[in-house]
Design a protein around this ligand. Sequence first.
Ligand SMILES: Nc1nc2c(ncn2[C@@H]2O[C@H](COP(=O)(O)OP(=O)(O)O)[C@@H](O)[C@H]2O)c(=O)[nH]1
Ligand SMILES: [Mg+2]
Length: 282
Amino acid sequence: MDSDKPTELTGDDFPDPEEEEKRLAQAAREANRLPELRLVMLGWRWPGKSLTGNTILGREEFRLERAAEFSVKRETVVDGRRVTVVDTPGWFSSQATPATYRQEIVRSVSMCSPGPHAFLLVVPVGMFTETDRARIEENLALFGEDVWKHTLLVFTWAEILREKTIERHIHREGRELQWVVDKCKKRYFVINNHVFGDHPQLPRLMEKIEKLVAEEGGPFKLRTEENAAQNQTNNENSNPNSVKEERELGARPKHNCSFSSLSSLRSVNEDGPQSLIEGVSD
Ligand SMILES: Nc1nc2c(ncn2[C@@H]2O[C@H](COP(=O)(O)OP(=O)(O)O)[C@@H](O)[C@H]2O)c(=O)[nH]1
Ligand SMILES: [Mg+2]
């Protein structure tokens, strides 16, 4: 008989909506968690691909230099996951990228077999031109259209933002940058490259990448026709020195990782983004 009596509900029976939301978000993060992450750094030369790679690895593994010619692979464990980062030489921003560089950029995919979980497209905060956009489009096309589904836009030189939010920066910078943001399905991350070692942003970055992988149903894979094109380029231009060079471009002493001042950046930046320097006055 007692069982017919309506149960009295108390406040304790209803979970706090905020707590519930947090619990669900945590459950989603755990469900997305991958034991291993493979990442490829992309971008033009000098926006901070290597330094961002070092920030992610928590160690100075990639040399910061303008003359990088080869893709380099490094691995470590970050926040309990095995993380592989392939750093690429990058493309030229004001002139056509030589074929050997393009080949190295594409080789990055086979260096983290069976394929990267994400491409980190590194773009400095600053002015972004139509040429910058066109170069990105042209160079990402080397991987086929699917590359965009696996590309996370990573903004470096975040200190230039000062009090400004990245959303405001994207909005003010105009349609070229917005085009890239849209192509990346509005997946972007602002990295603070001044912190080294135990980086508070890294768990969030890893989660963002894992979410991307969950949404896109797995890592990136070159489609057969791109694979065939890649093999052909590799055969035509096989470079016996590249393995040796890869090793030589490895860990370097700390002094190689200094933050350059904007004035020194200006002097060495002849094929880097002029926009970066102009953007400072913003
Ligand atoms: N202040 C500042 N300097 C940066 C940042 N990212 C890269 N740099 C500097 O920019 C220069 C080029 O960086 P690097 O990682 O070698 O560029 P890459 O050619 O894209 O690999 C180096 O002197 C870095 O110290 C950043 O977020 N802030
Ligand atoms: Mg580099």
